[in-house]
Design a protein around this ligand. Structure first.
Ligand code: DOR
Ligand code: ZN
Length: 365
């Protein structure tokens, strides 16, 4: 049986939410060999302060990190919570965060563009701002959900354009020009345009890639309206999947790394639409291994293994300057299972359930 002995990895983009189910989400991450996480701040209320108890409008990084730790996250070797950029984010808040050591990253959300993103401020307002200048000076990473918000349906997604492609075309070159020292992570890139931007931007720009965007296309989502695959940015077309597959498997690449965007939702389909977010707790390394194999990588070879380890385990910590992990886990090529997570708040259906695809790898810790 083919088996990969890997250092424990970091999921550099995930959602643990809040409330009684947090512990189940954290446990599922620990059980898939995850040594650390970036837990995103789009909670309710958002994590938009640095320290202190917070209030009903805003939580602090300090407070939310304590919630994650108490729900089992103290087992992680590393925990980062980015600051949600809102209209109240000030240069002095960035200074306070940097001086305290609590602030490692900020998160840009397109206003009303995705789950709990209503506190976001448009990118046009940030470019050239004093807040972004302080990010540069304090070497705080900017994590970007790169999609143009507020587009009418016909421009939101088409065969030649998407909200993501438009954002990368219109804002990212301007952002790089205005802030030459800013370190940026383009989160969950999905399109060939975003991939090309990252590759052309040089080493101060990196990107996370999810398992679902490497495995599936829009056709997979539409065929049967498999809404558990509905996330934002939405899965794209075959040429986009190909660009992502080439980018993550490219020899010696250092810019692309694992960030699952695992996003639990207890009610996906609602009266007024569908909640955006795919859940991959418990099965992300298996899905990534399947995606590498589907991209033509031979994981039994040294080069294949090396490329996989770079993407899953090495590039992300190296970009963020995180300590290396001392523990290891095994990824074995054998039929595995994706378990539906029963939580106090409801059932969470992980990928690839219902997707005509069985896990062909399993984890042993
Ligand atoms: O699909 C998504 N789900 N995309 C996001 O940007 C947010 C996430 C969530 O929090 O559910
Ligand atoms: Zn996310």
């Amino acid at each position: 049986m083919l088996s990969l002995d890997l250092p424990k990895w970091y999921d550099l983009h995930t959602h643990f939410r809040q409330g009684p189910s947090m512990a189940a989400y954290i446990k599922a991450h620990l059980e898939m060999g995850c040594a650390g996480v970036i837990a995103m701040p789009n909670t309710k209320p958002p994590v938009s302060l640095i320290s202190g108890p917070g209030n009903e409008r805003a939580w602090s990084i300090e407070h939310y990190m304590e919630m994650v730790r108490q729900a089992g996250g103290d087992a992680f070797q590393c925990l980062i919570v980015p600051l949600y950029l809102t209209k109240d984010t000030s240069p002095s808040l960035i200074d306070e965060g940097s001086a305290s050591g609590l602030l490692r990253a900020c998160k840009y959300y397109p206003p009303h563009g995705t789950t709990n993103s209503e506190h976001g401020v448009p990118m046009s307002k940030w470019i050239g701002s004093a807040v972004f200048k302080r990010l540069e000076e304090t070497e705080t990473v900017l994590c970007i959900h790169g999609e143009q918000h507020g587009l009418p349906g016909e421009s939101y997604l088409g065969s030649k354009t998407s909200a993501e492609a438009q954002f990368y075309r219109e804002f990212m070159p301007r952002l790089l020009d205005a802030h030459p020292d800013l370190r940026i992570v383009c989160e969950h890139v999905t399109s060939k345009e975003a991939v090309a931007f990252v590759q052309s931007a040089g080493e101060r720009v990196a990107a996370t890639v999810t398992p679902q965007h490497l495995l599936y296309t829009l056709g997979h989502l539409i065929q049967g309206l498999r809404y558990h695959l509905y996330c934002l940015p939405i899965v794209k077309f075959e040429e986009d999947r190909l660009a992502l597959r080439e980018a993550v498997t490219a020899k010696g690449q250092r810019q692309f790394f694992a960030g699952t965007d695992s996003a639990p939702h207890t009610s996906k389909a609602t009266e007024c639409g569908c909640a955006a977010g795919c859940y991959v707790g418990g099965c992300a390394p298996q899905l990534y291994a399947m995606a590498f194999e589907a991209s033509g990588v031979d994981l039994a070879s040294d080069t294949g293994r090396g490329a996989f380890q770079r993407f899953l385990c090495d590039n992300g910590p190296s970009f963020y300057g995180l300590q290396t992990r001392d523990e290891r886990f095994l990824l074995e090529r054998a039929p595995g299972k994706s378990r539906i997570l029963e939580t106090e708040e409801g059932r969470i259906v992980p990928l690839p359930v219902g997707m005509d695809l069985a896990l062909s790898w399993r984890i042993s810790i």
